[in-house]
Ligand binder design. Structure first.
Ligand code: KG4
Length: 339
């Protein structure tokens, strides 16, 4: 008999529900919140309210698409953290209520573990490319930039992480100063395709070990704009593609320099990428280039599993279910990173 998991994700501004049968995904429904676009970033209170409106229709749709009745669900997996507290509370409360009402196990999932485990999702009719343990994962999103050594689904070691901004945050903040809409990452990715990546040089951090830093890059980007705009008020408009391409290639160089160092030091050449920024076409290109140049075995997620989704929460939930690693109904959500 297969295990049916209902998974809930509500850590930031996407309300998502998924249904899995063992490690096979049956449905993955995501309601993205448009309300934040005009504010240039996620407004926590609005996100929480939108989750409250979305959660029931989204779960309903996920069950419908999966063709699974709620009485067939064996356990509920939900994102406990990290994320925005008000957002997490909506998914957590829903998951607890569902589990209590059906008297089935509740499984708390770390959102970052979910991003990494997205590589293990299987889907009928789709070829899966699953990394063997141990592997290294570059986890890059709007809130995190980490190199994680993944020894098993529950044994993950952070080798390095950002000491200030995340890579996605650097994209979003630089996009904002150029007057581009939120989220800036996908917009920069698109504009960069027509630009010259060598047109401008920006600051690259010099920090020890495997940690990242993006705040210096952000400041150097801002100063470049400020200095040029003094001379030419239309500087941003006239150089938009080149600015995007140069910024993007600097972010990718910073990410890949440390990742190469980690591969060399560990001798692990199975290398995955995960998180919202893994949708970036140039970062995907850099992974392919490294596979050719250095013989890396690379694992790049499908676009649908790069940004926040409940399918990735469900796959962790499934493995925890097999281990009977259930959680207590009294567990509160947490907003800060713990792996
Ligand atoms: O993982 P995610 O959906 O949310 C967090 O948990 O943070 O990641 C969102 C981040 C945003 O910063 C967004 O700008 C970035 O991922 N992003 C991209 C691209 N698509 C999304 N950054 C660069 N290029 C992209 N194509």
């Amino acid at each position: 008999m297969s295990v049916k998991i209902l998974a809930i994700e509500s850590s930031c501004d996407d309300t998502s529900a998924a249904v899995l049968s063992d490690s096979k995904l049956l449905s993955n429904v995501i309601a993205s919140q448009k309300v934040h676009e005009s504010y240039g970033g996620v407004v926590p209170e609005l996100a929480s309210r939108a989750h409250q409106q979305n959660i029931i229709p989204v779960v309903h749709e996920a069950l419908k698409q999966a063709g699974v009745g709620k009485e067939e669900i064996d356990a509920v997996a939900y994102t406990r953290g990290p994320g925005l507290m008000g957002s997490l509370m909506v998914g957590t409360s829903f998951a607890k209520g569902f589990a209590l009402s059906r008297n089935i196990p509740l499984i708390d999932v770390n959102h970052l573990q979910g991003h990494i485990m997205a590589h293990f999702i299987e889907r009928e009719g789709e070829e899966s490319h699953i990394p063997p343990f141990p592997f290294l994962c570059l986890l890059v999103s709007g809130g995190n930039s980490q190199i994680v050594r993944v020894n098993s689904y529950k044994d993950m070691e952070i080798m390095g992480q950002t000491i200030d901004d995340a890579a996605g945050e650097a994209f979003d903040k630089c996009a904002k100063v150029m007057g581009l809409p939120y989220p800036g990452g996908p917009v920069i990715d698109k504009l960069a395709k027509e630009g010259n990546a060598k047109a401008f040089k920006f600051h690259k951090p010099q920090i020890e070990g495997y940690n990242y830093s993006f705040s210096g890059l952000k400041t150097s980007f801002l100063y470049t704009l400020r200095d040029h705009v003094k001379e030419d008020p239309d500087f941003i408009k006239n150089n938009l593609n080149d600015l995007c391409a140069s910024l993007q290639s600097t972010v990718i160089e910073i990410l890949m320099d440390k990742l190469r160092k980690a591969v060399k030091a560990t001798g692990i050449n199975h290398v995955a990428v995960a998180g919202g920024v893994s949708a970036n076409s140039a970062l995907r290109g850099a992974f392919e280039d490294h596979a050719k140049r250095f013989g890396w075995n690379i694992y790049i997620p499908k676009f649908s599993y790069t940004t926040d989704n409940a399918a990735m929460i469900g796959i962790v939930g499934y493995h925890k279910y097999l281990d009977k690693d259930f959680s207590d109904i009294s567990l509160p959500p947490y907003s800060r990173v713990i792996i």
